[in-house]
Design a protein around this ligand. Structure first.
Ligand code: FES
Length: 361
């Protein structure tokens, strides 16, 4: 019976919907939708994102099978005899590393960021936040292509089982039911959690990725890119483990674009002034040559390193869509500092007088 279910490609899709119903019901029963800040635009983006992802998955699956059988008929089902012990890690590791880089590039390249930005415009977590991306983001999502290729090659049980495992990790890391939070408080389980969080993405690990800014010393919106496994972030130097949950989620500067521009960009563009997905948006350098001497309060401050912030010399989130990120620095007490504004200093965030040697930023 179980083997028959694993041999049906549709089982994975039913499992995804079952997990949405499970986590959604749990969040509802726990009262997480009372006093929600979600707007009708949020609900629409999440619902339509899920619909588009589902449609894309079916179209890509049938497309790959059709093209495969037309051009490479001998490859059809050629890996069906591969042991599940080999096929499952093969499916899951390729799937997850591909998504790590796709997701990371979506933060580092402006044209991709615009399609992933709806995901980070969410100010609250929840099971449906996983489905906030534009139609183009889903069209090129490597996971649906890889799942279709594995299905064509006959690795159906591995694909179905891998999809179920991944969905459980991804759904739980976005859910408002944070399964790991209470376990961190049990000291004797700390070593076990250390191992778990070094392999799988936990809610704390992923919430840090959704935090508004590094200023809270918990969040890293430009790190923790992993989906099912945290191993890629550790391997490529983007992991932050704090076991804490940020209280402020979303974009630092959010023009509150409507659902249609979030989902259908660039076919529909935002009419909101200053929005990255509006037709007249230009990312312009705002850095200037002169350093700024300013009195800062004690606490954590974020210095803009990319040169695009409209609140120089501090970060306002404009670095999204670039490989740059802010430098967080601590002030132990209120005092005057000279901050670099030309972005060429070697002692960022502080001015080292490099601006005296250069003519323009
Ligand atoms: S706006 Fe954040 S680093 Fe420049």
């Amino acid at each position: 019976m179980i083997w028959e279910l694993l041999n049906d490609p549709n089982t994975g899709k039913y499992a995804v919907f079952a997990s949405i119903i499970f986590f959604g019901s749990l969040e509802y029963i726990l009262g997480h939708y009372k006093n929600t800040r979600r707007t009708k635009h949020d609900y629409l983006v999440e619902f339509l994102g899920l619909v588009l992802l589902t449609i894309n998955s079916f179209v890509v699956l049938f497309g790959i099978i059709y093209l495969g059988q037309t051009f490479f008929p001998e490859a059809s089902n050629s890996l069906s005899t591969l042991s599940l012990w080999l096929a499952l890690p093969l499916y899951m590791l390729v799937d997850d590393i591909a998504q790590y880089w796709y997701h990371r590039f979506a933060h580092e390249y402006s044209w991709m960021w615009k399609h992933h930005r709806p995901h980070h415009a969410a100010e609250e977590m929840g099971i449906m936040v996983s489905y906030r991306n534009s139609w183009l983001y889903y069209l090129f999502l490597p996971n649906i292509w890889w799942a279709a290729i594995c299905t064509f090659l006959g690795m159906i049980p591995a694909t179905v089982l891998g999809l179920i495992i991944k969905q459980l990790v991804v759904a739980s890391s976005h859910s408002t039911w944070r399964w790991d939070e209470s376990i961190y408080k049990i000291k004797s389980l700390s070593p076990l959690m250390w191992v778990i969080e070094r392999i799988f993405v936990t809610p704390a690990f992923h919430y840090a990725h959704h935090g508004k800014s590094k200023a809270d010393n918990i969040s890293d919106p430009n790190g923790n890119f992993g989906n099912a496994f945290s191993i890629w972030d550790q391997m490529f130097g983007t992991a932050t483990f704090t076991r804490k949950f940020p209280t402020e989620l979303g974009l630092q500067t959010d023009p509150k674009d409507n659902w249609s521009s979030h989902i259908f960009y660039p076919i529909i563009k935002s009419k909101k002034e200053g929005s990255e997905i509006s037709s007249n948006f230009k990312k312009e350098k705002t850095a200037t040559l002169d350093a700024l001497t300013i009195e800062l309060d004690a606490g954590t401050h974020l210095w803009c390193q990319c040169g695009f912030s409209k609140n120089q010399p501090f970060c306002d989130g404009s670095h999204h869509g670039t490989k740059m990120k802010p430098i967080a620095f601590q002030m132990d007490k209120k005092r005057k500092v000279k901050l670099c504004n030309c972005k060429q200093t070697k002692t960022g965030p502080f001015c080292d007088n490099t601006h005296l040697e250069i003519k323009e930023v």
